[in-house]
Design a protein around this ligand. Structure first.
Ligand code: HEM
Length: 177
């Protein structure tokens, strides 16, 4: 009973923290005047770096999943925490690029346009959903609750994977097509 209440409070706190973080990020990305002073900086390295960080994250998720299916808990933990680090670094790098450079408009015409926006919008919506899911999944792993951890993690993992892979696709469609 005590643990259940403890878990409920922790999940409530995670939801509140996620809502605050996401509101701040949305303000930063969509409502703040951009770009800030210093936009003459050479930022061309950041978009491919962002795509690489997403790719690293997706790769760690695959290896982390394989590890736990083989019963290797230590490797699973290392891979999942690495995926978390790569996604965090992506967020920092993305915000830096956005702050100094502003939006990049999609130039494609024809059938590729609705496809691009479907990928981009689903990527953004699922990113909002996945933040509290990742924090909750890590919370149950960190507190040693391996009954609830896998149950939530089985939802978190495919969503996180989708976000990382579509992050790479958005980059390729914006800069390489
Ligand atoms: C957000 C990051 C994480 C994700 C997405 C994740 C994902 C998963 C998934 C999908 C499973 C179930 C695998 C199956 O279907 O058989 C699982 C199980 C497990 N995870 Fe994680 N995991 C994460 C973080 C961690 C961390 C940090 C630890 C270590 C403290 C950990 C320890 C475990 C263990 C021990 C199991 C096996 C539980 C059992 O069935 O006995 N996980 N995880």
């Amino acid at each position: 009973m005590k643990t259940l209440i403890g878990n409920r409070s922790a999940v409530t706190l995670i939801l509140i923290a996620s809502a605050l973080i996401l509101s701040f990020l949305f303000w930063l990305i969509y409502f703040r005047e951009t770009p800030v002073e210093g936009s003459s900086l050479n930022l061309t390295i950041l978009p491919p770096l962002n795509a690489l960080l997403n790719l690293m994250s997706a790769t760690c998720l695959i290896f982390g999943f394989k590890a736990i299916r083989r019963g290797n808990r230590v490797r699973h933990k290392k891979m999942m925490l690495s995926a978390l680090l790569f996604s965090f670094l992506f967020l920092v790098s993305y915000l830096t690029y956005h702050a100094f450079h502003g939006d990049t408009l999609f130039q494609g015409e024809g059938w590729v346009r609705p496809l691009y926006f479907f990928i981009l919008i689903s990527h953004i919506i699922l990113s909002v959903v996945v933040l509290p899911l990742i924090l909750t999944t890590v919370f149950f792993a960190a507190t040693g609750n391996f009954t609830i951890h896998p149950k939530i993690a089985r939802i978190t993992l495919p969503l996180w994977m989708y976000i990382s892979v579509t992050g790479v696709l958005v980059y390729l469609m914006l800069y390489q097509l």
